[in-house]
Design a protein around this ligand. Structure first.
Ligand code: FE2
Length: 670
């Protein structure tokens, strides 16, 4: 007789246990055990428990291929869902086989789980392993279908409600409870409830300060104090919540006719704009994607959204200072170019229109499209095309945690017909779809690869650019992890070319994420190990570091409304000398729009307690030494990097924390 010692691990999340009867069958290359009841003296399988059993077989089973698990109900007992983390089996030969499961088993069907060694599709020789692989993908393709949410938009998971999503990808009980609690209580928590129905204008800045007394952050306090300053306005293009739009100016755009004469008097330490451009000291922010977008109506009132151009100078003391702002794309008499030497309110109003345009550009392009929607595409493509035993599934699945559900909720609560964004943002409604479609049609693969993006924007040497400094370090660490893991499994380009599952995965990304647009530069198939390493690095970086950079500072920089008005109620000034304090308050959002914006940014910046940080892999999908060692090295590097970020931040007036790995999630989860 051959003795197999089986340990069954139940998940540690709420409601993971079961009182149902569990059965197991061990399947090896040379035979299988009986379908065996796991008789548990404790009467059930409890949350977080590891239960040990012995399975006797008449002869050794050979190399263990899979375990079959199922459950039955006891008489008079209800069927309950069970979350099995993993099964380990000690063989008579003294080896331990690991079977990652990480699934809810809620039915009475038989479920097959492969032994943890990663196999590519062309490695499989055993007919049962091949069958198991095919069945898994068939069932996944049914569970995860593509939906087309609108013309010109990336495709998404098909689901009518969060309950349509398979249990594995839903929020945990903890996350659901906390998210719903924060969503429903944000107004109360911020002491804003009394303001939520007021359609009045703000009378003065102190009134806005009155609602900004609870749950501030050190950075939001700094913003409140410094939002009017040019230096802080410039700083935000590098290290605020949207560091993705500024670029070096090599030549002024034809529609932004700033001349040497206009700015000579106040350029810092320089005699001419032309010289400064040549020296690489002039930077441009151009919101041309917002040009002509239909602005929203809020509380029955027309709102305004402009497509500004901003010119900034890097000064001799390494500050980034705005030197010219034009609020609309088409130059003309009614579209003046504003300068820091204009009246206080003319210049402040110009900056406010820029900040408001930045809100729409940031939320829809940098945040929603370039992190949330793309991460969803990476997740659905993975789930549909790669079985659990595939090395890429093992590497990428932790980086998809909660993404499908948070995006479902974003569609439901933010951008649906009654969503907060639709109701209260200048670009809500029709404008949002115009901006998104434009952003999708100009999205490039290269811009998702941080080193290429920084080079293309000419930002390699601009000082005090912490998003770049931290981002490039993280890119490098992620790239090395991916290179190590992929390199372990794919020894040659031919290995990549013959992996049909991998080819289906990238094809899905090309078709459903980039809408089959070859000009995006995203690969349609993978020919080399290098290409595979790059796209996997993009997927992990986008869901972790990039999302954190554009997500986590939303309340810091947007909580103090005048710094980031989500809409504006009057058109931009058509001439100089028109602006004053009264006009400013008639232009800023009204009271209820302000507090809705504040509470939403609060919700979206708040961390859940079951947060999983970058590089933590609580589910052990890999069981081989090489990937486990690479993961440990990655974790050690992240820890050391986090310490260096903290040391750097301790000397800064405004710390840059959004790319500190300790504060960053593994996936788009909020
Ligand atoms: Fe987000």
């Amino acid at each position: 007789m051959a003795q197999y010692k089986v340990t069954v691990f139940t998940g540690s999340m709420a409601q993971a246990g079961t009182m149902n009867k569990l059965y197991i069958k061990l399947v090896g290359a040379e035979g299988e055990s009986d379908h065996r009841w796991l008789a548990n003296l404790k009467g059930g399988f409890y949350q977080g428990a590891a239960d040990l059993f012995t399975v006797w077989c008449s002869a050794p089973l050979g190399r263990l291929l899979l375990v079959e698990l199922d459950k039955k109900t006891l008489p008079l007992m209800p069927q309950d869902a069970w979350f099995c983390s993993k099964v380990t089996v000690e063989t008579p030969e003294g080896e331990t086989a690991h079977f990652p499961v990480y699934r809810w088993i809620s039915d009475l069907e038989k479920h097959l789980f492969r032994e943890g060694t990663a196999y590519r599709v062309f490695d499989e020789k055993h007919p049962l392993a091949i069958y198991c692989r095919e069945m898994e993908l068939k069932s996944r393709a049914q569970d995860y279908s593509w939906d087309v949410p609108g013309e010109g938009l990336p495709h998404a998971i098909k689901a009518e409600s969060p309950l349509d999503l398979p249990c594995e990808v839903r929020f945990s009980f903890t996350k659901t409870t906390q998210f719903l609690f924060t969503a429903s209580s944000a107004l109360t928590e911020l002491s804003l409830k009394g303001y939520a129905n007021s359609k009045k204008l703000w009378k003065n800045i102190d009134d806005i300060g009155q609602v900004f007394t609870c749950n501030r952050t050190p950075i939001s306090d700094y913003v409140q104090e410094h939002w009017r300053e040019d230096e802080f306005f410039g700083y935000q293009f590098l290290n605020g919540v949207n560091p993705t739009i500024i670029r070096r100016c090599y030549q002024l755009p034809a529609n932004f006719p700033v001349t040497d004469d206009m700015v000579r008097a106040f350029l810092h330490g320089a005699s001419s704009l032309t010289d400064e451009i040549k020296k690489g000291n002039i930077y441009l922010v151009d919101y041309k994607q917002l040009d002509g977008v239909t602005a929203n109506k809020i509380n029955g009132k027309q709102q305004y959204l402009t497509a500004p151009l901003v010119l900034l100078q890097k000064t001799p003391n390494d500050k980034l200072i705005p030197v010219a702002i034009q609020l609309k794309q088409k130059p003309g008499e009614d579209n003046p170019i504003f300068f820091p030497t204009d009246s206080e309110y003319d210049w402040l109003m110009a900056k406010i229109f820029v900040r408001s345009a930045d809100f729409s550009e940031h939320q829809l392009n940098a945040h929603l499209l370039r992190t949330h929607l793309l991460s969803e595409v990476f997740a659905v493509a993975l789930l549909r095309n790669l079985p659990m035993v595939h090395p890429l599934y093992k590497l990428l699945i932790p980086h998809t945690r909660y993404t499908l559900q948070i995006n479902f909720l974003a569609r439901l609560l933010l951008i649906s017909k009654d969503g907060v964004f639709t109701q209260f943002a200048a670009s809500g409604g029709e404008g949002m779809f115009t901006i998104l479609r434009r952003a999708v049609s100009s999205l490039t693969y290269s811009s998702l690869c941080l080193p290429e993006d920084i080079a293309a924007r000419g930002l390699e040497s601009i000082p005090n650019f912490y998003y770049r400094d931290d981002g490039l370090r993280l890119w490098d660490m992620i790239h090395r992890l991916v290179q190590g893991v992929i390199g372990h499994y794919y020894k040659s380009d031919f290995d990549v070319q013959q992996d049909s599952e991998l080819q289906n995965w990238i094809k899905d990304i090309f078709i459903h994420g980039f809408l089959s647009r070859a000009s995006s530069g995203v690969p349609q198939s993978l020919d080399t190990v290098k290409e595979l390493v790059k796209i996997v690095t993009v997927a992990i970086f986008t869901g972790s570091a990039q999302h954190s950079a554009v997500n986590s500072g939303q309340f810091d920089y947007g909580g103090w409304m005048p710094n980031t008005p989500i809409t504006l109620q009057l058109p931009p000034p058509s001439g100089k000398g028109q602006c004053n304090e009264a006009l400013l308050f008639r232009t800023l959002p009204d009271v209820n729009t302000t507090v809705q914006g504040m509470s939403t940014m609060w919700l979206l910046s708040k961390q859940s307690t079951d947060f999983v940080r970058l590089g933590e892999y609580p589910e052990g999908h890999f069981s081989e030494d090489a990937p486990c060692r690479l993961i440990k090295e990655f974790q050690a590097e992240l820890k050391a990097f986090s310490e260096s970020v903290k040391a750097r931040n301790s000397g800064l007036d405004v710390p840059y924390t959004y790319m500190d790995p300790e504060l960053m999630e593994n996936s788009v989860a909020i």
